[in-house]
Ligand binder design. Structure first.
Ligand code: ZN
Length: 188
């Protein structure tokens, strides 16, 4: 709790402004290309969204998304990356069916070891967010318990520290096993 109180007002405002900018960027890209977009960021609560360890998660997500685009032969019209108080962000304008984009993005979130930290939003050519429900999936569950994450956020069920610890645990196990794989490859 004390940690939360130390977050300065100016940082809170910076994050709010960065979120507004993110939404404006989404709208601008949709207006320019008139096609659906993927808007990718990380589910990292709290004031520090730009740490080096989070950049590693972002890069892993970026690579997985680009691989998904290539594997599906989706025509990529525009790509833009940003890093500000709202964290690391990727915007892609893609000329394909919006529901397919959402379905494949959900599958990526569910299959990738870091997928629970990924937040892959899909918006249609009118700027409307496509929900998991729209394409026949249930809502995501909380990183820590099995509840709806909105419920946990609203009721402050978990402390910031508890959530960041859970995120670090997922991250550490992914990157340490990655290092291990490289070692095995080198020697085997
Ligand atoms: Zn929870």
């Amino acid at each position: 709790m004390a940690d939360n109180l130390l977050v300065s007002d100016s940082l809170v405002h910076k994050i709010a402004a960065a979120r507004e900018l993110k939404s404006a960027t989404q709208k601008k890209i949709i207006t320019s290309f008139q096609k659906p977009i993927i808007s990718f960021s990380l589910n990292i609560p709290g004031p520090n969204k730009n740490l080096q360890q989070y950049h590693k998660i972002y890069i892993a997500g970026y690579k997985a998304i680009m691989k998904m685009v290539n594997n599906n032969s989706w025509p990529l019209l525009f790509s833009h990356q940003k890093n500000n108080a709202a964290g690391f962000q990727l915007f892609l304008s893609i000329n394909t069916d919006v529901k397919q984009l959402k379905i494949q993005s959900i599958k990526l979130e569910e299959k990738h070891p870091l997928g629970r930290i990924f937040d892959i939003d899909v918006l249609d050519n009118l700027g409307r967010a496509v929900s998991r429900k729209d394409v026949g999936f249930t809502s995501r569950t909380c990183l820590i318990c099995s509840n709806n994450p909105l419920f946990c956020r609203r009721t402050n069920k978990h402390t910031l520290e508890e959530t960041l610890t859970a995120i670090n645990k997922i991250t550490d196990s992914f990157f340490s096993s990655g290092e291990l794989r490289k070692e095995v490859h080198k020697h085997g």
